[in-house]
Design a protein around this ligand. Structure first.
Ligand code: AQP
Length: 334
């Protein structure tokens, strides 16, 4: 076996309703990248409290994500799986990055602009969220970060910060990471509104397919998905966003290109496409759901997270000390 030299890092917020957008944009890559690199997968609970959360629900959501990580095929013997707040280095490094960032660059983050809706009373955590994300990545000397398209700007900021700090203190301060985005699935749109991205927090259950949805809900959401009135099955994201979204989801789950799917369905109606897509999604999610049901209540989960936190802390403490030394902080070197 060839030695894995790249380090892969990514995370998911434990905010419930993990959906096929999260899966196709990020989680599917998490599994595949185990072949390529040493993987560190985090449940980013500190990000989840950017907006108020019910504590009991948050705890359950953390375990849900951990169980999903295992259910989709992440191997805890190989990959490190842990909860962000179990590793103090994330918050510590985040502060150092805060001190090297500018309010202007944070104000330009589209996710902040969308979520704050331009108001003065947006939570400060929403504003500084990208710095915590940058800390998550830089804390593990990560080379590759598999994420959905919506995180592209945050990855760019992370790279800018790493380069800026390296210019000041030397290239051995941070590894400059790269985002990894899939061709199909990097931006899955809401089923009921293909102008918006599929999201955990959208009010309508019909906007998304959650990985743990039952089969009748999956079918219902797909059969009701917004399309258009011209009746032609053709990929054209600009003019036919609803049909293109369905083709893109179909392609990501089946491995058939959207061009081949167009040929397969030439002359057929949207009903046929939706019916087959529902079947493809149900079949793809069924084993994940079964695995999840076996794992979620097991003792194994807590052990995986404990072991993961120890392994993650082992790396993070070294990196934080290295960066603190560069800044001239603390007394360890006296
Ligand atoms: N619609 C999407 N298509 C493709 N990838 C997506 N991701 C999120 N939505 C889509 C990717 O999933 C990973 C984990 O996301 P997160 O837990 O950090 O949360 P998020 O991006 O804030 O996800 P949501 O679902 O959109 O939540 P809310 O509604 O709270 O804003 C990331 O890699 C992300 O790119």
């Amino acid at each position: 076996m060839t030695e894995k030299t790249i380090r892969v890092f990514s995370g998911v917020q434990p905010t419930g309703n993990i959906h096929i957008g999260n899966y196709l944009g990020a989680l599917k890559q998490f599994v595949a990248l185990q072949e390529e690199g040493k993987c560190i997968y985090c449940i980013v609970d500190l990000h989840a409290v950017t907006l108020p959360k019910d504590p009991a629900e948050l705890r359950e959501n953390i375990l849900d994500v951990a169980a999903l990580y295992l259910a989709i095929g992440i191997d805890p013997k190989d990959a490190t799986i842990f909860v962000q707040s179990d590793v103090p280095g994330h918050a510590e490094l985040s502060w150092l990055l805060t001190c090297c960032s500018y309010t202007g660059e944070l104000s330009r983050m589209t996710q902040f602009k969308d979520k704050s809706r331009g108001g003065d009373s947006a939570p400060t955590g929403l504003f500084t969220y990208p710095l915590l994300m940058a800390a998550d990545i830089l804390l593990y000397d990560s080379d590759v970060v598999p994420v959905g398209q919506d995180q592209k700007q945050h990855i760019e900021l992370t790279r800018d910060l790493a380069v800026r700090i390296n210019n000041r203190f030397g290239d051995d301060t941070f590894v400059v990471p790269e985002g990894r985005f899939l061709k199909e699935g990097a931006r899955v749109m809401a089923l009921d509104d293909p102008a918006a991205k599929m999201s955990k927090s959208a009010e309508s259950e019909m906007s998304r397919i959650s990985l743990l949805d039952d089969e009748s809900k999956i079918k219902k959401a797909i059969m009701r998905a917004t399309t258009d009135s011209d009746g032609e099955i053709r990929y054209d994201a600009e003019n036919k966003p609803g049909v293109s979204n369905l083709l893109s989801i179909y392609s990501a789950f089946s491995g058939r290109s959207t061009a081949l799917l167009e040929k397969d369905y030439a002359g057929q109606g949207y009903g046929a496409l939706k019916k087959d897509l529902a079947e493809v999604v149900v079949l793809a999610l069924r084993p994940i759901r079964r695995q999840y049901d076996d794992i979620r209540g097991s003792q194994e989960l807590a052990l995986v997270l404990k072991d993961g936190a120890e392994r993650a802390n082992g790396i993070a403490e070294g990196v934080v000390q290295r960066v603190k030394d560069k800044f001239g902080l603390g007394t360890k070197r006296l």
